[in-house]
Design a protein around this ligand. Structure first.
Ligand SMILES: Cc1cc2nc3c(=O)[nH]c(=O)nc-3n(C[C@H](O)[C@H](O)[C@H](O)COP(=O)(O)O)c2cc1C
Length: 400
């Protein structure tokens, strides 16, 4: 352990100038730590990906992220349309460029980072989105990084039908651009939706969550693996867990998108977000009789708990571990890739590289340090001589 600590200090220092792209191999050899994660059933070399948003809008960003060594990227959310171009969720396809990276104090008095932005979904044409999907597909096939599109489809009021034409047209075009099964897809239920009148009715939200997966599957020309990115609804923690239950038809859940500040009409994150997310996930992990998909399973059994991907205020390896210990097999960050350069300990490289450097190699709060710490505390055991990141999610639902 002491030898590992010295080696970690050294790696942290020398990688400030340049993070090797194959750092997961290095971590495995040097520390006997297997960082493998999983997103939507796909094994990924480590658990850190980029959440959908303003940082996955063009092919250049994807190429930089592949070069930096991110495990996966979720593209900006496109607003579904039917074959005539009509969009029932058009209010989400608005143009807004200005983002403000700000400090935000939480209810418990801790200061973190949030990005204030009034925009919503993809504001260009579906054709342009499909070109981005094809660029993502090429990077995925070349083994650079896993790229996953994200969609916001029509959500009806209770008693109204779903607009099948939007589901069929948009899913069909995405599948065509991707070219082969399975199509991995994220469906976004956004914070601005949580703040919308559409989401005032609990029964209506539960219906969306239970029916949307089958609508998307029925609309697709071939197999879809679907993650639902759940919003933080404006109801209590129990309802948040009810939402997870209702979403059983998905293959994975992304937990949970940002909070909504009704007074200022904007979404926000920082510690209020991670406090709420981790609280809800902790209570879910205690559900009696629940067990997650076994390691290696592609799609979790509908009787067990769905695989999770965590999102919200992840600015350290220690926070990744908090999500993992509550069942998350991967994490999706946005804000931590947008901080002022002075906030990263690395001195060179893109923001994605600097972020990965801190998240993985920080000697106290990095992924490697915290996994070794858990071993020293007797909370994580080696298998085949190695510590495995994914064992945390596997163990999340075991008693004790
Ligand atoms: C400016 C901005 C735009 C975003 N746009 C989307 C989006 O289009 N679709 C989506 O699913 N999530 C979107 N998100 C949510 C992020 O992907 C992420 O889940 C959330 O910000 C929590 O992670 P963080 O605390 O690391 O930022 C956006 C976040 C920000 C800050």
């Amino acid at each position: 352990m002491a030898a590992h600590a010295v080696a970690l200090e050294k790696d942290f220092d020398r990688f400030k100038r340049e993070l090797p792209r194959d750092f997961p191999d290095h971590v495995r050899l040097a520390y006997r730590v297997d960082l493998t994660g999983r997103y939507l059933g796909e094994p990924i070399p480590h658990p850190i990906g980029k959440g959908s948003g303003q940082l996955s809008l063009n092919a250049g960003q994807l190429e930089d992220d592949a070069a930096a060594g991110l495990a996966f990227v979720v593209l900006k959310t496109v607003i579904a349309q039917d074959e005539t171009g009509a969009q029932s969720m058009a209010a989400w396809a608005i143009h807004e460029t200005k983002m403000q990276v700000e400090r935000r104090r939480s209810a418990t008095g801790r200061t973190g980072w949030t990005v204030t932005w009034k925009g919503r979904g993809w504001d260009r044409s579906l054709e342009e989105y499909l070109a981005l999907v094809r660029a993502g597909r090429d990077l995925t096939r070349a083994g650079g990084l896993l790229v996953v599109p994200s969609v916001k489809y029509h959500l009806p009021r209770l008693g109204e039908p779903f607009r099948e034409s939007e589901y069929r047209h948009t899913t069909g075009r995405l599948a065509g651009a991707w070219g082969e099964a399975p199509l991995l897809l994220e469906k976004d239920f956004s914070p601005t939706l949580a703040g919308d009148r559409l989401a005032e009715d609990r029964a209506q939200i539960l219906r969306w969550l239970s029916e949307v997966p089958e609508r998307i599957r029925a609309a697709a020309p071939f197999a879809v693996r679907l993650a639902l990115k759940l919003m933080n609804a404006r109801f209590d923690d129990d309802f948040q867990r009810e939402m997870m239950e209702a979403a059983r038809g998905a293959d994975a859940l992304v937990c949970f998108n940002r909070l909504f500040d009704e007074q200022h009409g904007v979404a926000y994150g920082a510690w209020d977000l991670s406090d709420r997310n981790l609280r809800v996930l902790s209570a879910r992990a205690l559900t009696p009789g629940a067990s997650p998909g076994s390691p290696g399973s592609v799609v979790a059994s509908s009787l067990g708990l769905l695989p999770l991907s965590g999102t919200g205020n992840i600015c350290s390896g220690r926070m990744i571990i908090e999500y993992a210990r509550r069942g998350c097999e991967s994490v999706q960050l946005h804000t931590f890739f947008q901080l002022p350069l002075s906030e990263y300990p690395a001195t060179h490289g893109s923001r994605a590289q600097r972020a990965l450097h801190a998240l993985v190699f920080h000697p106290q709060d990095g992924l490697v340090a915290v996994l070794l710490e858990l071993e020293a505390l007797g909370r994580l055991e080696r298998r085949g001589g190695e510590l495995h990141f994914l064992d945390l999610a596997r163990d999340a639902h075991r008693p004790g």
